[in-house]
Design a protein around this ligand. Sequence first.
Ligand SMILES: C[S@@+](CC[C@H](N)C(=O)[O-])C[C@H]1O[C@@H](n2cnc3c(N)ncnc32)[C@H](O)[C@@H]1O
Length: 274
Amino acid sequence: MSGRDPAGMLKPVSMPGPACKEVNGLDPYHFLALMGKRVLHPGGGYTTSEICRLAGFSDGAEVIDIGCGVGSTAIQIASRFGCRVTALDIDERMINSARSNVHAAGLVKTISLKQGDMQSLPYADNSFDVVTIEAVTMFTPDRPRAVGEALRVCKPGGRVLDHELVWLEPGHDEVRRLFYEEICAGAVFGSQDNWIQLYRSTGPHVIDHVSAPFDMFTLRGLLRDEGLAGLFRMTAKCMSRWCYIRNMIGLMHRLHKFIPYLGTVVISVTKERT
Ligand SMILES: C[S@@+](CC[C@H](N)C(=O)[O-])C[C@H]1O[C@@H](n2cnc3c(N)ncnc32)[C@H](O)[C@@H]1O
């Protein structure tokens, strides 16, 4: 990234228009969920496909999707692979959206929804064959505890698959500060190696990883993840209020400046058989 000017990213985007209580203070992913976006993780559908490939789901397997958002990945795993899925999220609004999506998909008997915190999962040890996590661990204040919980509820020989954002190169502290401050309050992450080391510290498990671009906001990524009809629906929702348009333009404008600095990773952990 040499030659880039992180200081140039300092300028906040200021858009004219009235404030809107409904979107003020919303995290970007909550705002995007409100706009009808279904895929809320940075690697988009590509990294979900990688998770599905690495998971080796079998019919009837018990799966937990931690930080399920609006339930899109849980629905995909249940409908494509015949797994029984627990979809857990800390946020009541997300669980409510996931509930209506699960209902619309006709999967109420296969997917159970639960409000809960990744750092303290309300399940016994060794409960699930596969644990999926997409862009959630980076929001947990106690990271070792969060990944420890993911490993604890996974059966020996089972898999934990975690997809997270990474900084592509060290340095540029100002860029990082701005990203956390202006884009994603509460999120903190490091390099790909930091994520791998975090999982290595959980025990002598077999660890693999796949790197992927941060392309959830490219046109290709948006079309792949939401489809043309989904994009039209999101645009229509966005156009329905000035403060939505204003928020969306501000978010996109700010985000695009960070894209060259960001990548994503899927970490695959096969839990040691004891
Ligand atoms: C970036 S969104 C990703 C949503 C979903 N995994 C997806 O990829 O579409 C992050 C999600 O993690 C949830 N979350 C954040 N901290 C959490 C925690 N400690 N335990 C469980 N869920 C959490 C948020 O409520 C939000 O739904």
